[in-house]
Design a protein around this ligand. Structure first.
Ligand code: NCD
Length: 353
């Protein structure tokens, strides 16, 4: 694994090796305080973040490394009109690993084309968020003993929720997973995710009601309605507050079900659920920091590559997704990938029209 862009970059064996390291760190974090001494992480956050940015920062600090970057692009040369390519070329001169979050789908994949050091996708718009998946898989494995065979309910904004997309992609590596995808119809998973699940023979069913399926679940993964991704404010108004997990609804759930959430929560889990033994979302955030420690150790100790192959310059854009990174960074090459035999954009995964 050279970069962490999409969870599909990892094989199951690589995940297991990484998980072994994550477990060692969780059990004895004090033994890792020097493993990244002298290593530097550049954290580029083009989009608001508290927990993910803090989680990456503290992960690097706990390994003895240091961190620089921005949490507001307006305080950097981005505000002067610098392209993302130039920003990445510059910071990869200074850092050993680049962690980035942006509102543009496919941006981390784009950055990796120009970076001499590993790139970590800390969230690219409503597309993917693979390091949240590291936190999620660590939580499930630590608390349930493994992932195979689980029945998982994903609830909320499955269209714009990048944590959900990455989690689904990761689950293709495990056996006998059942998914209940619980969302209003207009916030159902994107077409490419549905195609991905079908191509990988994953069991899933799409429903609109939470209460009817709760008794069957081993994991209930709640998500926030992603207000910032809605183009139409009325669509947000129609959907906000649509799923609210309460203590009463939990009464019908299994005693060992895990209630997970990537956080931040708005109103989709009432505060009285926090004291239920099944609510593990705060612990999940702590596991996330340890998981990022293992990832940063693995990536930041790699040898830098100063001889990157030349990248084709685009003459004709091929992706029409308005949120795709190719819409703002016009020089990016026309990358195509097949998902279930269908041509999709190599950056944002959207089906090419
Ligand atoms: C998530 C994100 O940014 O996508 N948060 C996180 O990284 N912990 C989920 C969200 O913002 O709803």
């Amino acid at each position: 694994m050279r970069h962490m862009i999409d969870f599909t970059d990892l094989t199951r064996e690589e995940w297991e090796t990484l998980y072994t390291r994550i477990s060692e760190i969780i059990d004895a974090p004090e033994q890792f305080i020097d493993v990244c001494r002298g290593r530097v992480s550049c954290n580029l956050f083009y989009e608001p973040s508290t927990r993910t940015n803090f989680s990456f920062q503290t992960a690097m600090m706990r390994l003895g490394g240091s961190v620089f970057g921005f949490a507001d692009p307006n305080s950097s040369s981005v505000a002067k009109g610098e392209t993302m390519k130039d920003t990445i070329k510059m910071v990869s001169n200074y850092a050993d690993v680049v962690v980035m979050r942006t509102p543009w789908e496919g941006s981390a994949k784009a950055a990796a084309l120009y970076s001499s050091v590993p790139v970590v996708n800390a969230g690219d718009g409503g597309h993917l968020h693979p390091t949240q998946t590291l936190a999620d898989l660590t939580t499930i494995t630590r608390l349930r003993g493994g992932v195979d065979g689980l029945c998982i309910g994903l609830c909320g904004d499955l269209k714009n929720g990048r944590t959900v997309h990455s989690l689904i992609k990761a689950m293709a590596k495990f056996k006998d997973i059942k998914f209940f995808l619980i969302s209003p119809r207009e916030l159902a998973v994107p077409e490419y995710i549905r195609t991905f699940m079908k191509t990988n023979h994953m069991w899933f069913t799409e429903v609109t009601g939470l209460e009817a399926v709760i008794p069957q679940l081993d994991v209930l993964y709640m998500t926030r309605i992603q207000k910032e991704r809605f183009v139409d404010p009325l669509e947000y108004e129609r959907n906000k507050g649509i799923y609210i997990l309460t203590r009463r609804k939990l009464e019908r759930a299994k005693q060992d079900m895990l209630v997970m959430h990537p956080l931040p929560r708005v109103d989709e889990i009432t505060v009285d659920v926090d004291d239920d033994h099944r609510a593990v979302y705060f612990q999940q955030a702590r596991f996330g920091m340890f998981a990022r420690m293992a990832l940063l150790e693995h990536l930041s100790l790699q040898k830098r590559d100063d001889h990157l192959p030349p990248v084709e310059i685009c003459t004709k854009p091929i992706c029409t997704n308005p949120r795709c990174i190719t819409q703002t960074e016009h020089y990016l090459p026309p990358l195509i990938k097949k998902i279930g035999g269908i041509d999709c954009c190599g950056f944002c995964d959207s089906v090419l029209k």
